[in-house]
Design a protein around this ligand. Structure first.
Ligand SMILES: Cc1cc2nc3c(=O)[nH]c(=O)nc-3n(C[C@H](O)[C@H](O)[C@H](O)COP(=O)(O)O)c2cc1C
Length: 364
């Protein structure tokens, strides 16, 4: 129903400032009656992280930061949704305005700064939906003013294991000062060791199996990527998400005034840099863990390219702002058409087949 209403609501939403429009959307979703969509074609199913995903198209973190509408979002047809980012203590984030639509670029710049209702509120909301269908992850991070950032991630792991299928250790948001420095080797090693230890203890206590993923920035040097992949694999993370928003401003941007806003850029202009980083990660991971590709997915073609670059699953956020929820079905139908054309029975054999070429920046 919500998907059918989007074309009608779109002019209103586009006329409002982006944050108000988003709040209205979340409110509408959180009160909408939830009716599960028809089952997906089994050829779209993906086995990863010990789960069977009904389709590979997921919602990226940041859309439902406070975990208010996971079931309505799953009912839109997503194969999984990532909620959050969540931090332990409630925090307001940066002053408004803090999100900007670069309409002609089909892009967004945001500097929310991890505004969060905090771990207790989110735990309560997730506990209320326990047992409902749908694969749900939560993106976790540290409070801006935390004296011990490592302890913040551990608190989130302890608090959320068993309430989510996966937790994403987010060390790549550009809007919390110093957060991306946590991608540095020594800190990351300690962070992952402590997070995985906390996961093991919490899962054992509750009989749950919570995957731990690591989400990285698109702006890393390849040396930094080498170290991150090596550390993540050595510590035993279950997968990587590539990538978060970029602090770069590609020369191709047409909304030059808005492009000067500080924050992370997402959407169409992020597609190539994030897909290149994904391909580079795939070449280093060598299929030891699955990857989730995110950044500028706005069509079946873009989703298929992410899979060719090495993604087992994809996520999107910004394209929803410009294309609405009907995009989810369009991507799934387009992926099925590709499978038909290539006479394939699943997407598994496509994963990474063009990684070497994309890593060179060859998207022809
Ligand atoms: C408004 C907004 C808020 C976001 N908040 C988070 C967040 O809390 N944690 C996180 O890891 N990524 C966050 N992201 C990044 C997205 O999850 C995604 O990695 C990025 O937007 C690229 O995907 P897209 O081009 O499909 O939007 C946010 C993105 C946007 C646009």
């Amino acid at each position: 129903m919500i998907a059918a209403l989007f074309p009608l609501a779109r002019p209103l939403l586009q006329a409002l400032d982006p944050e108000t429009a988003h709040q209205l959307t979340i409110k509408a979703l959180s009160v909408a009656p939830v009716r599960l969509p028809p089952a997906d074609d089994p050829r779209l199913a993906v086995e990863a992280f010990g789960r069977r995903f009904p389709n590979p198209v997921g919602l990226a973190a940041g859309f439902d930061k406070q975990c208010e509408a996971p079931d309505a979002l799953i009912a839109l047809g997503f194969g999984f949704v990532e909620l959050g980012g969540v931090v332990p203590k409630p925090q307001p984030g940066n002053p408004r305005p803090r999100v900007f639509r670069l309409t002609r670029d089909e892009a967004v710049i945001n500097r929310f700064g991890l505004n969060s209702d905090g771990l207790d509120a989110v735990r309560e909301r997730l506990a209320r939906r326990r047992g409902r269908p749908g694969i749900v992850g939560v993106n976790i991070s540290a409070n801006k003013d935390s004296a011990d950032r490592l302890a913040d991630y551990v608190a989130c792991v302890e608090g959320l294991c068993g309430l989510a299928d996966f937790l994403t250790v987010n060390v790549s948001s550009p809007n919390t000062p110093g957060l991306r420095d946590l991608q540095g080797e020594a800190f990351l090693d300690e962070l992952l060791a402590r997070s995985l230890e906390a996961r093991a203890a919490a899962d054992k206590r509750q009989g749950s199996r919570t995957a731990i993923l690591l989400k990285i920035a698109p702006d890393l040097t390849l040396d930094a990527l080498d170290a991150i992949v090596a550390t993540a694999l050595r510590r035993g993370v279950d997968g990587l998400i590539v990538s978060n928003t970029t602090v770069a401003r590609p020369a191709s941007l047409r909304e030059t005034a808005l492009a000067r806003e500080v924050g992370g850029l997402s959407g169409k202009p992020l597609f190539q840099p994030s897909t290149r980083m994904l391909a580079e990660a795939f070449l280093r991971v060598e299929r030891r863990v699955p990857l989730i590709g995110v950044g500028g997915v706005d069509s079946a073609e873009a989703a298929f390219a992410k899979i060719r670059a090495g993604a087992s699953l994809v996520q999107l956020y910004t394209a929803l702002v410009y294309h609405g929820p009907s995009l989810i079905g369009e991507i799934k139908e387009g992926l099925l058409r590709r499978l038909d054309q290539e006479r394939l029975s699943s997407l598994a054999s496509v994963v990474g087949r063009d990684a070497a070429r994309f890593a060179q920046g060859d998207f022809s």
